[in-house]
Each structure stands twice: as structure tokens, then as C-alpha cells.
Design a protein around this ligand. Structure first.
Ligand code: SAH
Ligand code: SF4
Ligand code: F3S
Length: 479
């Protein structure tokens, strides 16, 4: 981050020539689809545009600049963008009639995958920008003043992280006590179903120093919990200031020293990159939450091989045993795909069996969606939609049972809860358990950002209800 960005972040610069407040304020509406990294990127786009005089709005109709930060992971995700763009075209025309200009930006993974095609399908789009070049948005907006259809889907040599602005402390406070921080991006794994290596590019890790600076800034703004993001976050291999290599475990140890940071999470991991140092960190590092999202996709060796997942079913079960030995109270979550080309009933049963054996606290599951340009899309043995639907239903029924059982087990126990926001009803507050369960309780918002002890009194499929317990002595209540 440059000195100027630092100063802006601290709210010390109020209007150098040509920036922010000297221009008339314009309104920015950003909508994000897909994964948490897209949420992070959307925040960063807003941060970059703030000094350009764009104030964020949640009212679409008043926006002068609309950014759709898109996802290409499944067909439905990509198609959603085009139906949204259809609506935006009408909005843009209506605003133009009222003499107001609207610029529409398509960012994210659809932008990267489809590029110029988007202009052909929807003429109302002004700018297309990929996930690795959005730091150039101010410049692209300038270009869009004079030329139509501005495109930037480069994978530039410079890292966008060296060009991102930080939000001001007031802005950080508005965003809450829990924050995402991208530490690694891109993927070299090339699972045969997946578009990510094409849309996000090759695997890159941010240097430790930049991440520490970002986390320190977040902590100064009241953030207590950071979730470290990467498409393959456990493949993180950054560099320290001295040029020494740093693993994810080393990064976590460094971030645990940042005053104010009480909880650290990381997502998403590939089973093949669960190394010994990370497993040890789950044993030794109290700030590292006992919850691990470890996608397995399938429980069948044939399908895992056809997916190019690079590990067997037994390897996954062994990783889980090792992690549980290091941290017995750890809860696991995963991603599953049903109906991958060639998946037989027996393959599917093997997935159900793996779920029975491992027991997951939470999971995301999807019907296989053939993505253009990926090897699996070319396979002849595509599975009929009805079979996929039936398998997904059975899989989700089992996973839902496991989630309910996991939540139910909490009743009568005390959990440490990070208070994040007002609750659903008057007089209630809401927070998250170490296992990412949303928890509601009676209490005062004075406790925002505190980690409190809560006795769980009831549970639903997705959230828990609890009762505040007296605080522990300060020495023990650090996390
Ligand atoms: N990097 C992570 C996952 C990123 S994508 C990993 O290695 O597991 C998030 C999830 O979307 C994947 O875990 C997978 O379950 C799902 N997914 C990816 N491509 C898909 C496709 N073509 N069809 C259906 N689901 C898909
Ligand atoms: Fe996609 Fe596989 Fe990379 Fe995950 S590891 S992002 S599923 S290619
Ligand atoms: Fe979607 Fe791109 Fe994330 S395809 S899941 S937004 S990396």
C-alpha cells in the first residue's frame, strides 16, 4: 500500500486535486456473486473507487456506476448475470431519459471467461474487467468516457495487491467485526470440472508483510476475526520481509500476534495440501478456529481420479483422522458434486458412505454443471438431469441430518461466541460460534466485538439459540 493510500485509509487526506471530494459525489452500486473471494474483491473495488468520488449506495436506481462482480463456477451462476444485465439495460435507458448517465461494469470470473462476448450479448455493458486487473478501474472509467466497450482481462505482471486502497477506519467499523483477507489466489490444480484455473489464473501468494499490514489496519478498525482466503489457501507459500518462505501455518502464527485479532480461519483448502505444519497449527494455535472446510467432492476413487483430485478416498479419511487427532474438537465441512460424468450408482453410494464415516458439521453440494473449456465437459458419459436431482436430494438429506445432529449436540454446552450484530428480534444480539454456527441470544449491543460465553438452549438446522453466561476472568477470556 502506498503512503497516500495509508493516509487515505486513516482518513487524513480530504481532497487532493482531481480526487474525491473536489468532484461531485457519484453513487456506486456493487453486487457480488459466487465465492467469498468475490465478496473481498467487491469491497476492494469500492475502496479503489472511493477516492475517485464514488460513494456506495444500496439503492440500485440511484447508482451512476453499477458493478456486477460475477461467478462462472456453474452454468446457473453465469446465466444469472445475463438476466440481471437485461434488467440493468432497462434501468440505464430510463435514467438516460431523465438525463442521468449510468455506467455498467461486468467484473469477476464471467468477465474473465467470456470477455468480449459479453458486449455482444448485452450492449448496455460499458466495461469488462477481470479479477486480476480490477485495480485499473479508475483508468478504465476514464477510457469509458471517450470510447465504448472498454475491456481489460489481462493477467498483468504487476500484482493488484500492490495497488489496492485500504478503507478508512470508519468504513471498516461499518463492515463489522469479521473480515475476509485474500492471501492466495489462482489455482494450478486443474480439476477436470472446474473453471477457476482459467478465470483466476495461476496460483500466486501475497507476501506476508502486505497481509500483516492489512490485518493490522482491520484490527485497528475493530475487526476481531479474519478469514484468510485462497482458491487453495493451504498451498499458500508467501515470503517474509527477509525473503524467507512462509507457509500458511507460519502466516497464521504471525497474524495471531496482531493485537485485537482473536480468531483466524482459512478457506478453501485442498486435501492434498494439508501439510504437517498446518495440522500442528490446529493443535497449537488457540486463535485458529476448530473448523475446517475441506472439499472432497466425491467418495469414489474412480470419480476422484476422473476429476483429477490427486488423492484417493482413503487419503481423505486418513487426513481427517490426523486432523482430529491433533484437534479433537474440530468440526469439518466439505463440498460435493453429484452426477460427474460417468458416476455410477456405486460411485454415488461410495460418496454417501464417506459422509457416514467422516460426519460433517456443514456442507455445500451441487449437481455437476458442464463448463465450457473444461475437460469433463467433453466426456461422453454425461449424467441425466433427473439422476443428478435424485442423487442431490439423497445427499443433501444425509448432510442435513448430520448438520442438525451436530447443532443439537451443542445444547447444554457453553460456546465462545463472537458478537457480530443485532439479533433478529428487539433486545437480541447475534454472533458466531467457533464452528461458524449463527447464534442468537438476549443481550446488549454494547457487547459487539466481544467474545462471550453462551450456554446453548435450543438448535435449528442452521442456527442456535443461547443464554449469555457470566464472563470468565479476563486472563482466560482472551479468546
Ligand atoms: N478450490 C476449492 C473449490 C472452489 S469452487 C476446492 O479445491 O475444492 C467451489 C465448489 O464448487 C467446488 O468445491 C465444487 O464442489 C463446486 N464446483 C466447481 N465446479 C463445479 C462444476 N463444474 N459443477 C458443479 N459444481 C462445481
Ligand atoms: Fe477448482 Fe480444483 Fe482448483 Fe479447487 S483445486 S479451484 S476445484 S481446479
Ligand atoms: Fe465463482 Fe470465480 Fe469464485 S468462478 S466461485 S467467483 S473464483
Amino acid at each position: 500500500m502506498s503512503g497516500l493510500d495509508q493516509a487515505r485509509a486513516a482518513g487524513e487526506v480530504s481532497g487532493e486535486p482531481g480526487s474525491g471530494p473536489t468532484k461531485s459525489p457519484r453513487r456506486l452500486f456493487v453486487k457480488s456473486y459466487g465465492c467469498q473471494m468475490n465478496v473481498y474483491d467487491a469491497r476492494k473495488m469500492a475502496d479503489i473507487l472511493a477516492p475517485e468520488g464514488y460513494a456506495e449506495t444500496t439503492v440500485l436506481e440511484e447508482a451512476d456506476l453499477i458493478v456486477l462482480n460475477t461467478c462462472h463456477i456453474r452454468e446457473r451462476a453465469a446465466e444469472k448475470v445475463f438476466s440481471e444485465l437485461g434488467k440493468l439495460r432497462a434501468l440505464k435507458a430510463a435514467r438516460a431519459e431523465a438525463g442521468r448517465e449510468t455506467k455498467i461494469v461486468v467484473a469477476g470470473c464471467v468477465a474473465q471467461a467470456e470477455g468480449e462476448e459479453i458486449f455482444k450479448r448485452q450492449k448496455a455493458v460499458d466495461i469488462i474487467v477481470g479479477p486480476q486487473s480490477y485495480h485499473r478501474l479508475p483508468e478504465l472509467l476514464q477510457r469509458a468516457q471517450t470510447s465504448r466497450a472498454v475491456l481489460d482481462t489481462d493477467f498483468p505482471a504487476e500484482s493488484k495487491f500492490d495497488h489496492l486502497a485500504a478503507p478508512g477506519l470508519t468504513e471498516i467499523r461499518k463492515r463489522g467485526v469479521s473480515a475476509f483477507v485474500t492471501v492466495q489466489e489462482g489455482c494450478d490444480k486443474f480439476c477436470t470440472f472446474c473453471v477457476v484455473p482459467y478465470t483466476r489464473g495461476a496460483e500466486v501468494s501475497r507476501p506476508v508483510e502486505g497481509i500483516v499490514a492489512e490485518v493490522e489496519m482491520l484490527a485497528a478498525g475493530g475487526v476481531r476475526e479474519v478469514s484468510l482466503l485462497g482458491q487453495n489457501v493451504n498451498a499458500y507459500h508467501g515470503e517474509t520481509r527477509e525473503g524467507a518462505p512462509a507457509s500458511l501455518a507460519a502466516l497464521i502464527a504471525r497474524l495471531a500476534e496482531v493485537p485485537g485479532i482473536a480468531r483466524i480461519r482459512y478457506t478453501t483448502s485442498h486435501p492434498g495440501d494439508m501439510d504437517a505444519s498446518l495440522i500442528q497449527a490446529h493443535r497449537d494455535q488457540p486463535a485458529l478456529m476448530p473448523f475446517l472446510h475441506l472439499p472432497v467432492q466425491s467418495g469414489s476413487d474412480q470419480i476422484l481420479a476422473a476429476m483429477n483430485r490427486r488423492h484417493k478416498r482413503s487419503d481423505y479419511i486418513a487426513f481427517v483422522a490426523e486432523i482430529r487427532a491433533a484437534r479433537p474438537d474440530i468440526a469439518l465441512s466439505s463440498d460435493f458434486i453429484v452426477g460427474f460424468p460417468g458416476e455410477t450408482d456405486a460411485d454415488f453410494e461410495a460418496t454417501l458412505d464417506l459422509i457416514e464415516k467422516v460426519e460433517f458439521a456443514n456442507a455445500f453440494s451441487f449437481k455437476y454443471s458442464a463448463r465450457p473449456g473444461t475437460p469433463a465437459a467433453e466426456l461422453q458419459s454425461q449424467i441425466p438431469e433427473a439422476v443428478k436431482s435424485e442423487r442431490l436430494f439423497r445427499l443433501q438429506t444425509l448432510l442435513d441430518q448430520q448438520r442438525r445432529a451436530f447443532n443439537h449436540k451443542m445444547i447444554g454446552h457453553a460456546l465462545d461466541v463472537l458478537i457480530e450484530k443485532p439479533g433478529r428480534h428487539q433486545g437480541q444480539i447475534a454472533g458466531k460460534s467457533p464452528y461458524l454456527q449463527p447464534i442468537q441470544m438476549e443481550g446488549s449491543l454494547d457487547r459487539l466485538g466481544d467474545i462471550v460465553r453462551v450456554e446453548i438452549v435450543s438448535s435449528g438446522s442452521n442456527s442456535l439459540f443461547g443464554r449469555l453466561l457470566p464472563d470468565r476472568p479476563a486472563r482466560e477470556a482472551l479468546r
